[in-house]
Design a protein around this ligand. Structure first.
Ligand code: ARG
Length: 270
């Protein structure tokens, strides 16, 4: 590692404390993400909100989720960033709140989209965001997540987080939500969606429905044993018993992530 990258990746920035971070732990409220609960960013310090503005004069609003891989790299869904100007994107780390001025702001210098991303079937729905200034890890509100080494087994317990809508067609959550789901067998996933399911995808849900990611959770993490196993990508509706959530299978794109972080980031993967 060069002195330059050492400084860039570990430099102590003077950051103001986000007031919301020091409020008492939130009460649990039913029915968010879909069928989830409020959770503190302290339990998911890799979760970011990807905000976007639709014009130069417009406000940056929550659009997608994402996960911190290292000081200057965010993993998100390709469909969240393709055909977007980097100047219209903004990453907010270290806050429980979807909107407002809490948290640490980082701007995006570059988007790296998977070469095999196919919008027509949402295949290889993975992209990296390179940040103009590195995030300062405090290991409490802002920290990286590790990638799974191997694909999770069918039936594995998983957690999905985000500020997405709390029901199909519903309103966005104000505070970060988590829901517990199970990784599904690939055959079951193909049973639900047919041939548009590829090896770069995995399904997760609950048989009875009612628990799922939903709109604007996209790009955010699916964790298995606290490691990143999936990226929220697509589904038919939200939390329908017959249609599980579809995620990028992180183990399938792991080598792409590792080599593209090495090629584009100033910092090492955690
Ligand atoms: N594509 C959606 C988005 O852009 C996320 C879809 C996930 N839906 C689901 N039911 N799991 O936010």
């Amino acid at each position: 590692m060069t002195f330059g990258s050492l400084t860039f990746c570990t430099l102590l920035f003077i950051s103001y404390a986000a007031p919301g971070n020091f409020s008492p732990p939130p009460r649990l409220i039913e029915g968010r993400i879909v069928g989830g609960n409020e959770v503190s960013i302290v339990r998911h310090p890799h979760q970011i909100s990807l905000r976007r503005r639709t014009c130069t004069e417009c406000a940056y609003l929550h659009d997608c989720g994402g996960s911190i891989l290292n000081e200057d790299t965010i993993l998100t869904a390709a469909h969240c960033v393709v055909n977007r100007r980097v100047s219209n994107l903004m990453v907010i780390a270290g806050t429980n709140n979807r909107a407002g001025s809490d948290g640490t702001v980082a701007l995006v210098s570059k988007v790296v989209t998977h070469e095999l991303y196919n919008a027509s079937i949402t295949d290889y729905d993975v992209a990296l965001l390179l940040l103009t200034t590195p995030l300062k890890f405090d290991h409490l509100f802002i920290a990286p997540v590790a990638l799974v080494a191997a694909a999770p087994t069918a039936g594995a317990k998983a957690k999905v987080t985000g500020w997405g809508t709390v029901s199909e067609g519903g309103v966005l959550a104000s505070r970060l939500q988590v829901v517990n789901v199970f990784v599904q067998d690939q055959e079951q996933c193909i049973g639900a969606y047919g041939a548009r399911i590829t090896d770069a995808m995995l399904c997760a849900g609950v048989v009875e429905g009612g628990k799922d990611a939903c709109q604007k959770d996209s790009g955010g993490p699916l964790l298995v044993e606290d490691q990143l196993a999936g990226i929220t990508s697509w589904a038919i509706g939200c939390a329908r018993p017959e249609y599980p959530g579809v995620y990028v299978n992180v183990s399938h794109v792991r080598e792409w992530i590792v080599s593209n972080v090495a090629a584009n980031s100033m910092c090492k993967l955690k």
